[in-house]
Ligand binder design. Structure first.
Ligand SMILES: *[C@@H]1O[C@H](CO)[C@@H](O)[C@H](O)[C@H]1NC(C)=O
Length: 175
């Protein structure tokens, strides 16, 4: 019985040790990010909530897992865009341009991930910067028309920017 207790408490200790090691990687990395667009608390919260990021053993793995978090953000923005397209309140041509841009972005996120697997960090940075530019261009389309960026897109787009810039900052650290 004693032995059993010893093993189970050792196991628990080991679990805590593993959790704290990985927790430190995320916390240390997020604290090191100097991009004013990345909120440290947001960074820690989002990466800690992701099992792959939590399990990342080093910065390289954390880059891969953070890039993987971008696609769902793009999918969310795209699905909101699709919904707004049938609402006459919003400018349809501008939304259609955004659909194209976020389709490109989805492809770019795949390219960025593939480049990260090859440890080609310059390409990762190029692809990730292009994602930001796609989102900027989408917003610009509304600005050019003198209308505000559709309110339902604001939060999903900011979430997308936040995650993308976390990955950008990590790629920058690895370069
Ligand atoms: C990324 O790599 C996978 C696996 O090698 C490949 O199937 C996919 O086409 C690549 N994607 C892009 C966008 O290059």
């Amino acid at each position: 019985m004693k032995l059993m207790q010893f093993f189970s408490s050792s196991f628990l200790l080991l679990c805590f040790a593993l959790i704290s090691v990985n927790g430190d990687l995320i916390t240390d990395t997020c604290n090191k990010i100097s991009d004013p667009k990345v909120d440290v608390k947001f960074c820690i919260e989002k990466l800690e909530a992701d099992p792959s990021s939590r399990g990342a053993k080093d910065l390289r793995e954390l880059l891969g897992s953070s890039i993987k978090l971008i696609k769902p953000r793009i999918t969310e923005v795209s699905s909101v865009i699709t919904k707004l397209t049938s609402d006459p309140k919003f400018n349809k041509p501008a939304l259609e341009v955004c659909t194209e841009l976020f389709n490109d972005a989805a492809n770019g996120a795949d390219e960025a991930y593939n480049s990260s697997v090859k440890a080609d960090y310059d390409s990762v940075l190029t692809y990730l910067s292009a994602l930001d530019t796609d989102a900027d261009t989408c917003k610009q389309g509304f600005e050019d028309l003198g209308v505000p960026y559709p309110q339902p897109l604001v939060d999903p787009t900011n979430y997308f920017y936040g995650i993308t810039n976390i990955a950008l900052s990590i790629a920058d650290m690895l370069k």
